[in-house]
Design a protein around this ligand. Structure first.
Ligand code: DGT
Ligand code: CA
Ligand code: CA
Ligand code: ZN
Length: 585
Protein backbone atom coordinates (compact mmCIF):
# COMPACT_ATOMS: atom_id res chain seq x y z
CA UNK A 1 0.00 0.00 0.00
CA UNK A 2 1.44 3.43 -0.90
CA UNK A 3 2.60 5.42 2.13
CA UNK A 4 -0.14 7.99 1.96
CA UNK A 5 -2.88 5.36 1.69
CA UNK A 6 -1.38 3.73 4.76
CA UNK A 7 -1.99 6.98 6.59
CA UNK A 8 -5.56 7.23 5.27
CA UNK A 9 -6.13 3.72 6.58
CA UNK A 10 -4.71 4.58 10.01
CA UNK A 11 -7.08 7.53 10.39
CA UNK A 12 -9.98 5.46 9.12
CA UNK A 13 -9.30 2.78 11.73
CA UNK A 14 -8.97 5.42 14.47
CA UNK A 15 -12.37 6.75 13.42
CA UNK A 16 -13.98 3.31 13.70
CA UNK A 17 -12.18 2.53 16.95
CA UNK A 18 -13.42 5.70 18.60
CA UNK A 19 -16.90 5.07 17.32
CA UNK A 20 -16.86 1.52 18.74
CA UNK A 21 -16.04 2.97 22.08
CA UNK A 22 -18.68 5.67 21.96
CA UNK A 23 -16.23 8.58 21.94
CA UNK A 24 -17.83 11.85 20.84
CA UNK A 25 -16.60 14.00 17.91
CA UNK A 26 -13.37 12.09 17.27
CA UNK A 27 -14.88 9.58 14.82
CA UNK A 28 -15.94 12.33 12.46
CA UNK A 29 -12.65 14.24 12.78
CA UNK A 30 -10.67 11.10 11.94
CA UNK A 31 -12.96 10.18 9.06
CA UNK A 32 -12.51 13.63 7.52
CA UNK A 33 -8.76 13.34 8.01
CA UNK A 34 -8.77 9.96 6.29
CA UNK A 35 -10.75 11.23 3.29
CA UNK A 36 -8.65 14.35 3.10
CA UNK A 37 -5.33 12.51 3.17
CA UNK A 38 -6.55 10.01 0.60
CA UNK A 39 -7.76 12.72 -1.76
CA UNK A 40 -4.69 14.94 -1.34
CA UNK A 41 -2.22 12.10 -1.90
CA UNK A 42 1.34 13.28 -2.30
CA UNK A 43 0.37 16.87 -1.53
CA UNK A 44 0.36 15.91 2.15
CA UNK A 45 4.00 15.00 2.17
CA UNK A 46 4.88 18.03 0.05
CA UNK A 47 3.12 20.34 2.53
CA UNK A 48 4.85 18.64 5.45
CA UNK A 49 8.29 19.01 3.83
CA UNK A 50 7.65 22.66 3.17
CA UNK A 51 6.17 23.77 6.47
CA UNK A 52 5.77 20.90 8.95
CA UNK A 53 2.79 20.81 11.28
CA UNK A 54 1.84 24.38 10.52
CA UNK A 55 1.52 23.74 6.79
CA UNK A 56 -0.38 20.51 7.40
CA UNK A 57 -3.01 22.40 9.38
CA UNK A 58 -3.71 24.57 6.35
CA UNK A 59 -4.99 21.49 4.49
CA UNK A 60 -8.73 20.82 4.51
CA UNK A 61 -9.92 18.43 7.20
CA UNK A 62 -6.69 18.56 9.21
CA UNK A 63 -6.40 20.04 12.70
CA UNK A 64 -3.66 20.12 15.32
CA UNK A 65 -4.01 16.57 16.69
CA UNK A 66 -4.15 15.02 13.22
CA UNK A 67 -1.28 17.18 11.95
CA UNK A 68 0.87 15.94 14.83
CA UNK A 69 0.16 12.34 13.89
CA UNK A 70 0.99 12.99 10.24
CA UNK A 71 4.23 14.62 11.37
CA UNK A 72 5.07 11.59 13.49
CA UNK A 73 4.27 9.28 10.58
CA UNK A 74 6.43 11.27 8.15
CA UNK A 75 9.36 11.33 10.58
CA UNK A 76 9.22 7.76 11.88
CA UNK A 77 7.06 5.85 9.40
CA UNK A 78 4.75 4.93 12.29
CA UNK A 79 2.08 6.31 14.59
CA UNK A 80 2.66 5.05 18.11
CA UNK A 81 -0.95 5.36 19.19
CA UNK A 82 -1.91 3.22 16.19
CA UNK A 83 0.59 0.51 17.11
CA UNK A 84 -0.93 0.50 20.60
CA UNK A 85 -4.41 0.19 19.13
CA UNK A 86 -3.33 -2.79 17.04
CA UNK A 87 -2.05 -4.54 20.17
CA UNK A 88 -5.34 -3.99 21.98
CA UNK A 89 -7.51 -4.74 18.99
CA UNK A 90 -5.65 -6.79 16.34
CA UNK A 91 -8.39 -6.52 13.74
CA UNK A 92 -8.31 -5.52 10.06
CA UNK A 93 -10.94 -2.83 10.55
CA UNK A 94 -10.25 -1.33 7.13
CA UNK A 95 -10.71 -4.63 5.29
CA UNK A 96 -13.84 -5.64 7.17
CA UNK A 97 -15.42 -2.22 6.78
CA UNK A 98 -15.42 -2.64 3.00
CA UNK A 99 -18.46 -4.84 3.42
CA UNK A 100 -21.69 -2.93 3.06
CA UNK A 101 -23.52 -2.59 6.37
CA UNK A 102 -20.44 -3.46 8.43
CA UNK A 103 -20.25 -0.71 11.01
CA UNK A 104 -17.85 -0.22 13.93
CA UNK A 105 -20.16 -1.97 16.39
CA UNK A 106 -20.45 -5.04 14.18
CA UNK A 107 -16.70 -5.29 13.86
CA UNK A 108 -16.39 -5.04 17.63
CA UNK A 109 -18.95 -7.81 18.14
CA UNK A 110 -17.32 -10.06 15.59
CA UNK A 111 -13.98 -9.81 17.33
CA UNK A 112 -15.12 -9.92 20.93
CA UNK A 113 -17.58 -12.76 20.54
CA UNK A 114 -16.20 -14.78 17.62
CA UNK A 115 -12.53 -13.70 17.45
CA UNK A 116 -12.99 -12.65 13.82
CA UNK A 117 -10.02 -10.49 12.84
CA UNK A 118 -10.31 -10.18 9.06
CA UNK A 119 -12.25 -11.16 5.95
CA UNK A 120 -10.93 -14.73 5.97
CA UNK A 121 -12.00 -15.11 9.57
CA UNK A 122 -15.39 -13.77 8.67
CA UNK A 123 -15.74 -16.28 5.83
CA UNK A 124 -14.93 -19.12 8.22
CA UNK A 125 -17.36 -17.86 10.85
CA UNK A 126 -20.07 -17.57 8.21
CA UNK A 127 -19.42 -21.07 6.89
CA UNK A 128 -19.67 -22.42 10.42
CA UNK A 129 -22.99 -20.64 10.87
CA UNK A 130 -21.65 -18.76 13.87
CA UNK A 131 -22.44 -15.27 12.68
CA UNK A 132 -26.20 -15.65 13.05
CA UNK A 133 -25.77 -16.26 16.77
CA UNK A 134 -24.73 -12.63 17.20
CA UNK A 135 -27.37 -10.18 18.37
CA UNK A 136 -26.84 -7.82 15.44
CA UNK A 137 -26.87 -10.50 12.73
CA UNK A 138 -29.96 -12.62 12.11
CA UNK A 139 -30.52 -15.20 9.34
CA UNK A 140 -31.25 -12.46 6.84
CA UNK A 141 -28.11 -10.45 7.48
CA UNK A 142 -26.16 -13.67 7.32
CA UNK A 143 -27.42 -14.31 3.77
CA UNK A 144 -26.70 -10.73 2.87
CA UNK A 145 -23.16 -11.01 4.18
CA UNK A 146 -22.57 -14.07 1.99
CA UNK A 147 -23.72 -12.09 -1.02
CA UNK A 148 -21.53 -9.14 -0.13
CA UNK A 149 -18.46 -11.32 0.18
CA UNK A 150 -19.17 -12.79 -3.27
CA UNK A 151 -19.60 -9.31 -4.72
CA UNK A 152 -16.23 -8.34 -3.30
CA UNK A 153 -14.57 -11.42 -4.76
CA UNK A 154 -16.05 -10.76 -8.19
CA UNK A 155 -14.70 -7.25 -8.26
CA UNK A 156 -11.35 -8.15 -6.76
CA UNK A 157 -8.54 -7.76 -9.22
CA UNK A 158 -10.39 -5.09 -11.14
CA UNK A 159 -9.94 -1.50 -10.11
CA UNK A 160 -12.03 1.62 -10.45
CA UNK A 161 -11.40 3.71 -13.55
CA UNK A 162 -11.14 6.83 -11.41
CA UNK A 163 -8.21 5.36 -9.53
CA UNK A 164 -6.37 3.89 -12.52
CA UNK A 165 -6.82 6.69 -15.05
CA UNK A 166 -4.47 9.23 -13.37
CA UNK A 167 -1.78 6.55 -13.20
CA UNK A 168 -2.24 5.63 -16.87
CA UNK A 169 -2.04 9.33 -17.77
CA UNK A 170 1.17 9.65 -15.80
CA UNK A 171 2.73 6.67 -17.60
CA UNK A 172 1.78 8.02 -21.03
CA UNK A 173 3.35 11.40 -20.18
CA UNK A 174 6.49 9.67 -18.95
CA UNK A 175 6.88 7.36 -21.96
CA UNK A 176 6.07 10.12 -24.44
CA UNK A 177 9.15 11.98 -23.23
CA UNK A 178 11.55 9.14 -24.03
CA UNK A 179 13.74 10.20 -26.98
CA UNK A 180 12.69 8.47 -30.17
CA UNK A 181 9.08 7.87 -29.11
CA UNK A 182 6.74 9.23 -31.77
CA UNK A 183 3.30 8.32 -30.44
CA UNK A 184 2.16 6.85 -27.16
CA UNK A 185 -1.31 6.15 -25.76
CA UNK A 186 -3.29 3.81 -23.59
CA UNK A 187 -5.79 1.50 -25.25
CA UNK A 188 -8.08 -1.21 -23.81
CA UNK A 189 -10.73 -0.60 -21.20
CA UNK A 190 -9.12 2.65 -20.03
CA UNK A 191 -9.45 4.24 -23.43
CA UNK A 192 -13.05 3.06 -23.54
CA UNK A 193 -13.53 4.51 -20.03
CA UNK A 194 -15.08 1.33 -18.73
CA UNK A 195 -16.05 1.73 -15.07
CA UNK A 196 -13.57 -0.90 -13.85
CA UNK A 197 -10.22 -1.85 -15.30
CA UNK A 198 -8.55 -5.27 -15.45
CA UNK A 199 -5.17 -4.14 -16.72
CA UNK A 200 -3.59 -1.14 -18.42
CA UNK A 201 -2.74 -1.59 -22.11
CA UNK A 202 -0.16 0.84 -23.47
CA UNK A 203 1.20 1.43 -26.96
CA UNK A 204 4.24 3.33 -28.11
CA UNK A 205 5.77 3.78 -31.51
CA UNK A 206 9.50 4.15 -31.98
CA UNK A 207 12.36 2.74 -34.02
CA UNK A 208 14.35 2.18 -30.84
CA UNK A 209 12.24 0.00 -28.51
CA UNK A 210 15.06 -0.61 -25.99
CA UNK A 211 14.98 2.86 -24.49
CA UNK A 212 11.25 3.04 -23.97
CA UNK A 213 11.18 -0.51 -22.56
CA UNK A 214 13.96 0.38 -20.14
CA UNK A 215 12.03 3.45 -18.97
CA UNK A 216 8.83 1.47 -18.64
CA UNK A 217 10.19 -1.35 -16.46
CA UNK A 218 12.16 1.01 -14.23
CA UNK A 219 9.40 3.53 -13.45
CA UNK A 220 9.00 4.24 -9.71
CA UNK A 221 5.38 3.09 -10.09
CA UNK A 222 6.51 -0.46 -10.87
CA UNK A 223 6.46 -3.15 -8.21
CA UNK A 224 7.66 -6.19 -10.18
CA UNK A 225 8.55 -6.92 -13.80
CA UNK A 226 6.69 -9.94 -15.19
CA UNK A 227 8.29 -9.89 -18.58
CA UNK A 228 10.65 -7.71 -20.52
CA UNK A 229 10.88 -8.15 -24.26
CA UNK A 230 11.84 -6.24 -27.36
CA UNK A 231 8.30 -5.39 -28.40
CA UNK A 232 6.27 -6.28 -25.33
CA UNK A 233 6.83 -5.85 -21.61
CA UNK A 234 4.55 -6.44 -18.71
CA UNK A 235 4.79 -5.17 -15.13
CA UNK A 236 2.86 -5.15 -11.88
CA UNK A 237 2.29 -1.62 -10.60
CA UNK A 238 2.40 -0.66 -6.93
CA UNK A 239 -1.29 0.25 -7.07
CA UNK A 240 -1.95 -3.47 -7.56
CA UNK A 241 -2.71 -3.68 -11.27
CA UNK A 242 -0.73 -4.94 -14.28
CA UNK A 243 0.39 -2.78 -17.18
CA UNK A 244 1.46 -4.03 -20.62
CA UNK A 245 3.46 -2.01 -23.10
CA UNK A 246 3.62 -2.87 -26.78
CA UNK A 247 6.04 -1.14 -29.09
CA UNK A 248 5.25 -1.05 -32.80
CA UNK A 249 6.51 0.82 -35.85
CA UNK A 250 4.85 4.21 -36.20
CA UNK A 251 3.24 3.39 -39.53
CA UNK A 252 0.95 0.69 -38.08
CA UNK A 253 -0.09 2.73 -35.02
CA UNK A 254 -3.71 3.16 -36.10
CA UNK A 255 -4.26 -0.54 -36.64
CA UNK A 256 -2.62 -1.50 -33.37
CA UNK A 257 -4.53 1.15 -31.44
CA UNK A 258 -7.79 0.00 -32.99
CA UNK A 259 -7.06 -3.64 -32.15
CA UNK A 260 -6.00 -3.10 -28.56
CA UNK A 261 -8.77 -0.63 -27.81
CA UNK A 262 -11.36 -3.34 -28.28
CA UNK A 263 -13.57 -4.26 -26.86
CA UNK A 264 -13.24 -7.82 -28.05
CA UNK A 265 -16.83 -8.04 -29.20
CA UNK A 266 -16.53 -4.82 -31.19
CA UNK A 267 -13.40 -6.19 -32.85
CA UNK A 268 -15.03 -9.50 -33.72
CA UNK A 269 -18.01 -7.71 -35.26
CA UNK A 270 -15.80 -5.31 -37.15
CA UNK A 271 -13.67 -8.14 -38.50
CA UNK A 272 -16.75 -10.00 -39.68
CA UNK A 273 -17.99 -6.91 -41.41
CA UNK A 274 -14.57 -6.38 -43.02
CA UNK A 275 -14.63 -9.96 -44.32
CA UNK A 276 -18.05 -9.42 -45.85
CA UNK A 277 -16.57 -6.47 -47.74
CA UNK A 278 -13.58 -8.49 -48.99
CA UNK A 279 -11.07 -7.30 -46.41
CA UNK A 280 -9.27 -8.77 -43.46
CA UNK A 281 -8.38 -6.82 -40.34
CA UNK A 282 -5.71 -7.46 -37.71
CA UNK A 283 -3.41 -5.48 -35.44
CA UNK A 284 -1.15 -4.63 -38.41
CA UNK A 285 -3.78 -3.20 -40.68
CA UNK A 286 -6.70 -3.63 -43.00
CA UNK A 287 -5.81 -5.82 -46.00
CA UNK A 288 -7.63 -6.71 -49.18
CA UNK A 289 -8.40 -10.40 -49.51
CA UNK A 290 -7.07 -12.11 -52.60
CA UNK A 291 -9.51 -13.95 -54.80
CA UNK A 292 -10.19 -17.43 -53.62
CA UNK A 293 -7.72 -19.87 -55.09
CA UNK A 294 -8.93 -23.23 -56.30
CA UNK A 295 -10.03 -25.19 -53.22
CA UNK A 296 -7.92 -23.02 -50.94
CA UNK A 297 -8.63 -20.25 -48.44
CA UNK A 298 -8.55 -16.60 -49.32
CA UNK A 299 -5.25 -15.02 -48.35
CA UNK A 300 -4.41 -11.52 -47.26
CA UNK A 301 -3.26 -9.34 -50.08
CA UNK A 302 -2.41 -5.66 -50.34
CA UNK A 303 -2.45 -3.32 -47.36
CA UNK A 304 -5.33 -0.87 -47.46
CA UNK A 305 -5.04 1.13 -44.22
CA UNK A 306 -3.05 1.13 -40.97
CA UNK A 307 -1.82 4.65 -40.08
CA UNK A 308 -4.85 5.91 -38.19
CA UNK A 309 -8.07 4.44 -36.84
CA UNK A 310 -10.13 6.88 -38.87
CA UNK A 311 -8.52 5.69 -42.08
CA UNK A 312 -9.40 2.07 -41.29
CA UNK A 313 -13.03 2.77 -40.45
CA UNK A 314 -13.30 5.05 -43.46
CA UNK A 315 -12.04 2.39 -45.87
CA UNK A 316 -14.73 0.15 -44.44
CA UNK A 317 -17.25 2.82 -45.39
CA UNK A 318 -18.10 3.94 -41.88
CA UNK A 319 -17.53 6.72 -39.38
CA UNK A 320 -15.24 6.11 -36.41
CA UNK A 321 -17.14 5.18 -33.28
CA UNK A 322 -15.64 6.97 -30.26
CA UNK A 323 -13.84 4.42 -28.02
CA UNK A 324 -16.40 4.87 -25.23
CA UNK A 325 -19.16 3.27 -27.31
CA UNK A 326 -17.16 0.37 -28.76
CA UNK A 327 -18.99 -2.38 -26.96
CA UNK A 328 -20.07 -4.66 -29.77
CA UNK A 329 -23.66 -3.44 -29.78
CA UNK A 330 -25.30 -1.33 -32.45
CA UNK A 331 -22.40 1.14 -32.82
CA UNK A 332 -21.07 -0.49 -35.99
CA UNK A 333 -24.49 -0.29 -37.66
CA UNK A 334 -24.86 3.34 -36.65
CA UNK A 335 -21.35 4.10 -37.93
CA UNK A 336 -22.16 2.47 -41.26
CA UNK A 337 -25.32 4.53 -41.58
CA UNK A 338 -23.38 7.67 -40.58
CA UNK A 339 -25.78 8.08 -37.70
CA UNK A 340 -23.42 8.19 -34.72
CA UNK A 341 -24.47 10.88 -32.27
CA UNK A 342 -22.26 13.86 -31.53
CA UNK A 343 -21.21 12.69 -28.09
CA UNK A 344 -20.89 15.23 -25.31
CA UNK A 345 -17.38 16.68 -25.70
CA UNK A 346 -15.12 16.46 -22.65
CA UNK A 347 -15.02 19.78 -20.83
CA UNK A 348 -18.64 20.60 -21.70
CA UNK A 349 -19.93 20.64 -18.14
CA UNK A 350 -19.99 24.20 -16.87
CA UNK A 351 -21.03 23.68 -13.27
CA UNK A 352 -21.01 20.95 -10.66
CA UNK A 353 -24.50 20.21 -9.34
CA UNK A 354 -23.72 18.06 -6.32
CA UNK A 355 -21.24 19.37 -3.75
CA UNK A 356 -21.13 18.71 -0.02
CA UNK A 357 -19.59 21.26 2.33
CA UNK A 358 -18.51 21.17 5.95
CA UNK A 359 -22.10 22.06 6.88
CA UNK A 360 -22.70 18.29 6.63
CA UNK A 361 -20.08 15.66 5.79
CA UNK A 362 -17.82 17.60 3.40
CA UNK A 363 -14.23 18.39 4.33
CA UNK A 364 -14.15 22.02 3.20
CA UNK A 365 -16.11 25.25 3.53
CA UNK A 366 -18.55 26.41 0.87
CA UNK A 367 -16.13 29.14 -0.12
CA UNK A 368 -13.21 26.71 -0.43
CA UNK A 369 -15.30 24.44 -2.67
CA UNK A 370 -16.37 27.44 -4.77
CA UNK A 371 -12.79 28.64 -5.16
CA UNK A 372 -11.60 25.17 -6.09
CA UNK A 373 -14.35 24.83 -8.70
CA UNK A 374 -13.54 28.24 -10.12
CA UNK A 375 -9.87 27.32 -10.32
CA UNK A 376 -10.89 24.27 -12.37
CA UNK A 377 -12.68 26.52 -14.84
CA UNK A 378 -16.25 25.93 -13.70
CA UNK A 379 -18.79 28.75 -13.69
CA UNK A 380 -21.04 27.57 -10.87
CA UNK A 381 -21.65 24.91 -8.26
CA UNK A 382 -24.67 23.81 -6.26
CA UNK A 383 -24.14 23.22 -2.56
CA UNK A 384 -26.15 20.12 -1.75
CA UNK A 385 -25.53 19.13 1.83
CA UNK A 386 -27.31 16.17 3.34
CA UNK A 387 -30.49 16.56 5.38
CA UNK A 388 -31.50 15.72 8.92
CA UNK A 389 -32.38 12.03 8.50
CA UNK A 390 -28.66 11.54 8.18
CA UNK A 391 -28.06 12.88 11.67
CA UNK A 392 -24.77 11.00 12.07
CA UNK A 393 -23.23 13.23 9.43
CA UNK A 394 -24.92 16.42 10.64
CA UNK A 395 -27.62 16.57 7.99
CA UNK A 396 -29.34 19.95 7.81
CA UNK A 397 -32.87 20.69 9.02
CA UNK A 398 -35.11 23.44 7.60
CA UNK A 399 -33.66 26.04 9.92
CA UNK A 400 -30.06 25.33 9.02
CA UNK A 401 -30.89 25.21 5.30
CA UNK A 402 -32.28 28.74 5.63
CA UNK A 403 -29.20 29.80 7.53
CA UNK A 404 -26.98 28.28 4.89
CA UNK A 405 -28.95 30.13 2.22
CA UNK A 406 -28.08 33.43 3.87
CA UNK A 407 -24.41 32.45 4.03
CA UNK A 408 -24.48 31.59 0.32
CA UNK A 409 -26.15 34.92 -0.57
CA UNK A 410 -23.37 36.68 1.27
CA UNK A 411 -20.70 34.64 -0.47
CA UNK A 412 -22.23 35.27 -3.90
CA UNK A 413 -21.98 39.02 -3.33
CA UNK A 414 -18.27 38.53 -2.77
CA UNK A 415 -17.49 36.07 -5.60
CA UNK A 416 -16.85 37.55 -9.03
CA UNK A 417 -17.81 35.67 -12.18
CA UNK A 418 -18.93 32.63 -10.25
CA UNK A 419 -22.26 31.52 -8.80
CA UNK A 420 -23.07 29.28 -5.87
CA UNK A 421 -26.53 27.77 -6.17
CA UNK A 422 -28.51 26.97 -3.03
CA UNK A 423 -29.26 23.29 -3.15
CA UNK A 424 -29.83 20.16 -1.14
CA UNK A 425 -29.35 16.45 -1.28
CA UNK A 426 -32.66 15.86 0.42
CA UNK A 427 -33.17 12.41 1.85
CA UNK A 428 -36.06 10.34 0.50
CA UNK A 429 -37.79 8.75 3.46
CA UNK A 430 -39.01 5.19 3.43
CA UNK A 431 -42.52 6.27 2.45
CA UNK A 432 -41.36 8.55 -0.38
CA UNK A 433 -41.88 11.78 1.53
CA UNK A 434 -38.98 14.21 1.74
CA UNK A 435 -36.81 15.24 4.65
CA UNK A 436 -37.37 19.01 4.30
CA UNK A 437 -40.58 21.02 4.19
CA UNK A 438 -42.04 22.04 0.82
CA UNK A 439 -41.55 25.64 1.82
CA UNK A 440 -37.83 25.11 2.35
CA UNK A 441 -37.49 23.16 -0.89
CA UNK A 442 -39.38 25.79 -2.89
CA UNK A 443 -36.93 28.45 -1.73
CA UNK A 444 -33.90 26.53 -2.99
CA UNK A 445 -32.37 26.91 -6.47
CA UNK A 446 -31.65 23.22 -6.98
CA UNK A 447 -33.29 20.30 -5.23
CA UNK A 448 -31.72 16.87 -5.54
CA UNK A 449 -33.26 13.91 -3.73
CA UNK A 450 -31.79 10.53 -2.97
CA UNK A 451 -32.25 7.25 -1.17
CA UNK A 452 -29.83 6.61 1.69
CA UNK A 453 -31.59 3.89 3.64
CA UNK A 454 -34.06 1.01 3.25
CA UNK A 455 -32.22 -0.25 0.18
CA UNK A 456 -33.99 -3.61 0.40
CA UNK A 457 -37.65 -2.75 -0.03
CA UNK A 458 -39.68 -4.85 -2.44
CA UNK A 459 -39.39 -3.83 -6.08
CA UNK A 460 -42.89 -2.44 -6.04
CA UNK A 461 -42.48 -0.49 -2.81
CA UNK A 462 -39.12 0.91 -3.91
CA UNK A 463 -40.50 2.07 -7.27
CA UNK A 464 -43.50 3.75 -5.61
CA UNK A 465 -41.23 5.41 -3.05
CA UNK A 466 -38.93 6.98 -5.66
CA UNK A 467 -41.74 7.95 -8.01
CA UNK A 468 -43.57 9.63 -5.14
CA UNK A 469 -40.43 11.56 -4.22
CA UNK A 470 -39.81 12.90 -7.71
CA UNK A 471 -43.46 13.80 -8.16
CA UNK A 472 -42.94 16.58 -5.63
CA UNK A 473 -42.94 19.69 -7.86
CA UNK A 474 -39.96 21.16 -5.99
CA UNK A 475 -37.69 18.29 -6.97
CA UNK A 476 -35.30 18.96 -9.85
CA UNK A 477 -33.08 15.92 -9.88
CA UNK A 478 -32.81 12.33 -8.66
CA UNK A 479 -29.32 11.84 -7.24
CA UNK A 480 -27.34 8.57 -7.59
CA UNK A 481 -30.51 6.92 -8.90
CA UNK A 482 -29.70 3.24 -8.33
CA UNK A 483 -27.73 3.63 -5.06
CA UNK A 484 -25.14 1.19 -6.33
CA UNK A 485 -21.62 1.31 -4.94
CA UNK A 486 -19.24 -0.64 -7.20
CA UNK A 487 -17.94 -3.79 -5.52
CA UNK A 488 -19.81 -2.92 -2.36
CA UNK A 489 -23.51 -2.42 -2.74
CA UNK A 490 -25.86 -3.83 -5.36
CA UNK A 491 -28.28 -1.43 -7.04
CA UNK A 492 -31.69 -1.11 -5.42
CA UNK A 493 -34.41 -3.13 -7.06
CA UNK A 494 -37.02 -1.09 -8.83
CA UNK A 495 -38.74 -0.69 -12.15
CA UNK A 496 -36.41 1.60 -14.05
CA UNK A 497 -38.87 2.12 -16.90
CA UNK A 498 -41.45 3.40 -14.45
CA UNK A 499 -39.00 5.77 -12.78
CA UNK A 500 -37.87 6.96 -16.20
CA UNK A 501 -41.45 7.60 -17.26
CA UNK A 502 -42.04 9.54 -14.05
CA UNK A 503 -38.86 11.58 -14.55
CA UNK A 504 -40.07 12.42 -18.04
CA UNK A 505 -43.58 13.28 -16.85
CA UNK A 506 -42.43 15.53 -14.00
CA UNK A 507 -39.46 16.98 -15.91
CA UNK A 508 -36.94 15.75 -13.37
CA UNK A 509 -33.29 15.23 -14.32
CA UNK A 510 -31.36 12.07 -13.49
CA UNK A 511 -27.91 12.45 -12.03
CA UNK A 512 -24.72 10.90 -13.36
CA UNK A 513 -22.59 10.75 -10.24
CA UNK A 514 -18.93 10.82 -11.27
CA UNK A 515 -17.53 9.68 -7.93
CA UNK A 516 -15.34 6.67 -8.84
CA UNK A 517 -17.16 3.94 -6.90
CA UNK A 518 -20.60 5.29 -7.81
CA UNK A 519 -20.72 5.84 -11.58
CA UNK A 520 -24.45 5.97 -11.15
CA UNK A 521 -26.40 6.03 -13.52
CA UNK A 522 -24.34 3.50 -15.36
CA UNK A 523 -23.87 3.62 -19.14
CA UNK A 524 -26.74 1.37 -20.28
CA UNK A 525 -29.25 3.22 -18.10
CA UNK A 526 -27.93 6.57 -19.33
CA UNK A 527 -28.67 5.41 -22.84
CA UNK A 528 -32.24 4.56 -21.86
CA UNK A 529 -32.62 7.98 -20.29
CA UNK A 530 -31.31 9.61 -23.47
CA UNK A 531 -33.77 7.58 -25.55
CA UNK A 532 -36.60 8.62 -23.24
CA UNK A 533 -35.63 12.29 -23.54
CA UNK A 534 -34.88 12.68 -19.83
CA UNK A 535 -32.26 15.29 -18.95
CA UNK A 536 -29.02 14.28 -17.24
CA UNK A 537 -27.06 16.21 -14.63
CA UNK A 538 -23.39 15.30 -14.32
CA UNK A 539 -21.66 16.02 -11.04
CA UNK A 540 -18.88 14.81 -8.77
CA UNK A 541 -20.63 14.42 -5.40
CA UNK A 542 -17.48 16.11 -4.08
CA UNK A 543 -16.86 15.95 -0.36
CA UNK A 544 -13.43 17.48 -0.80
CA UNK A 545 -11.98 20.11 -3.20
CA UNK A 546 -9.84 17.46 -4.90
CA UNK A 547 -12.90 15.36 -5.76
CA UNK A 548 -13.78 17.97 -8.38
CA UNK A 549 -11.24 16.37 -10.68
CA UNK A 550 -13.65 13.45 -11.13
CA UNK A 551 -15.93 15.51 -13.40
CA UNK A 552 -14.52 14.09 -16.68
CA UNK A 553 -15.33 10.60 -15.39
CA UNK A 554 -18.98 11.65 -15.34
CA UNK A 555 -18.69 13.03 -18.85
CA UNK A 556 -17.22 9.68 -19.87
CA UNK A 557 -20.26 7.83 -18.52
CA UNK A 558 -22.53 10.19 -20.45
CA UNK A 559 -20.54 9.48 -23.60
CA UNK A 560 -20.78 5.73 -22.99
CA UNK A 561 -24.53 6.27 -22.80
CA UNK A 562 -24.58 8.07 -26.20
CA UNK A 563 -25.48 11.40 -24.60
CA UNK A 564 -24.99 14.61 -26.54
CA UNK A 565 -24.60 18.13 -25.21
CA UNK A 566 -28.34 18.69 -25.54
CA UNK A 567 -29.03 15.80 -23.13
CA UNK A 568 -26.95 17.28 -20.33
CA UNK A 569 -28.51 19.99 -18.20
CA UNK A 570 -25.29 21.42 -16.80
CA UNK A 571 -23.66 21.77 -20.18
CA UNK A 572 -25.73 24.96 -19.91
CA UNK A 573 -24.59 28.02 -17.95
CA UNK A 574 -26.03 28.95 -14.55
CA UNK A 575 -28.61 31.33 -15.95
CA UNK A 576 -29.91 28.74 -18.41
CA UNK A 577 -30.05 26.08 -15.70
CA UNK A 578 -32.06 28.39 -13.45
CA UNK A 579 -34.37 29.17 -16.35
CA UNK A 580 -34.86 25.43 -16.97
CA UNK A 581 -35.72 24.92 -13.30
CA UNK A 582 -38.10 27.89 -13.20
CA UNK A 583 -39.92 26.54 -16.25
CA UNK A 584 -40.30 23.00 -14.95
CA UNK A 585 -41.41 23.97 -11.45
P1 DGT B 1 -9.81 -5.26 -19.09
O1 DGT B 1 -8.34 -5.26 -19.21
O2 DGT B 1 -10.37 -6.56 -18.61
O3 DGT B 1 -10.33 -4.12 -18.32
O4 DGT B 1 -10.44 -5.10 -20.57
P2 DGT B 1 -9.70 -4.82 -21.94
O5 DGT B 1 -10.75 -4.53 -22.94
O6 DGT B 1 -8.63 -3.82 -21.78
O7 DGT B 1 -9.13 -6.26 -22.33
P3 DGT B 1 -7.65 -6.80 -22.49
O8 DGT B 1 -6.67 -6.07 -21.69
O9 DGT B 1 -7.74 -8.28 -22.29
O10 DGT B 1 -7.33 -6.60 -24.03
C1 DGT B 1 -7.19 -5.31 -24.58
C2 DGT B 1 -7.81 -5.26 -25.93
O11 DGT B 1 -7.08 -6.09 -26.84
C3 DGT B 1 -9.21 -5.80 -25.99
O12 DGT B 1 -10.18 -4.84 -25.62
C4 DGT B 1 -9.32 -6.18 -27.43
C5 DGT B 1 -7.95 -6.65 -27.79
N1 DGT B 1 -7.89 -8.12 -27.69
C6 DGT B 1 -7.26 -8.83 -26.74
N2 DGT B 1 -7.41 -10.13 -26.96
C7 DGT B 1 -8.14 -10.26 -28.07
C8 DGT B 1 -8.64 -11.35 -28.83
O13 DGT B 1 -8.44 -12.51 -28.51
N3 DGT B 1 -9.36 -11.05 -29.94
C9 DGT B 1 -9.60 -9.78 -30.33
N4 DGT B 1 -10.32 -9.54 -31.41
N5 DGT B 1 -9.17 -8.74 -29.63
C10 DGT B 1 -8.45 -8.97 -28.53
CA1 CA C 1 -6.88 -4.04 -20.35
CA1 CA D 1 -4.19 -6.42 -21.44
ZN1 ZN E 1 -22.19 13.03 1.72
Amino acid sequence: MPKIQELAKIFFEFSYWNEMNGVAFKPRAYMLASESVSALGDEVEAAWRKGGIKALKELPGIGQAIAEKIDEFMRTGKVKEYADLKKKFPVDIWGLSRIEGMGPKHIKDLYERLKVKNLDGLKRALAAGKVKTLPRWGEKSQAKLHKQLLLMQESSGRQLLGHVLPVADEIVVRLSKVPGVKRCAYAGSIRRRQETIGDIDLLATTDKPERVMETFVSMPLVETVHERGKTRSSVRLKIGIDADLRVVPDKVYGATLQYFTGDKKHNVMLREFALSKGYTLNEYGLFRLKRKEEGGRRKAGGLVACKTEEEIYKKLGMDTPPPEIRVGGDEIDAARRHELPDLLPYGSVKGDLQIQSDWSDGAASIEAMAQAAKARGLEYIAITDHTKSLAFIHGLDDKRVAEQGRAIDKLNRKLKGFTVLKGTECDIRKDGTLDLSDKTLAALDWVGVSVHSNFRLSRDEQTKRVVKAISNPNVDCLFHPTCRVIGKREPIEWDFDEVLAAAKKYGVALEIDAFPDRSDLRDVLVREAVRAGVKLAIDTDAHHPDHLLYLPLGEAIARRGWATKADVLNAKNAKQVLAWIAKRR
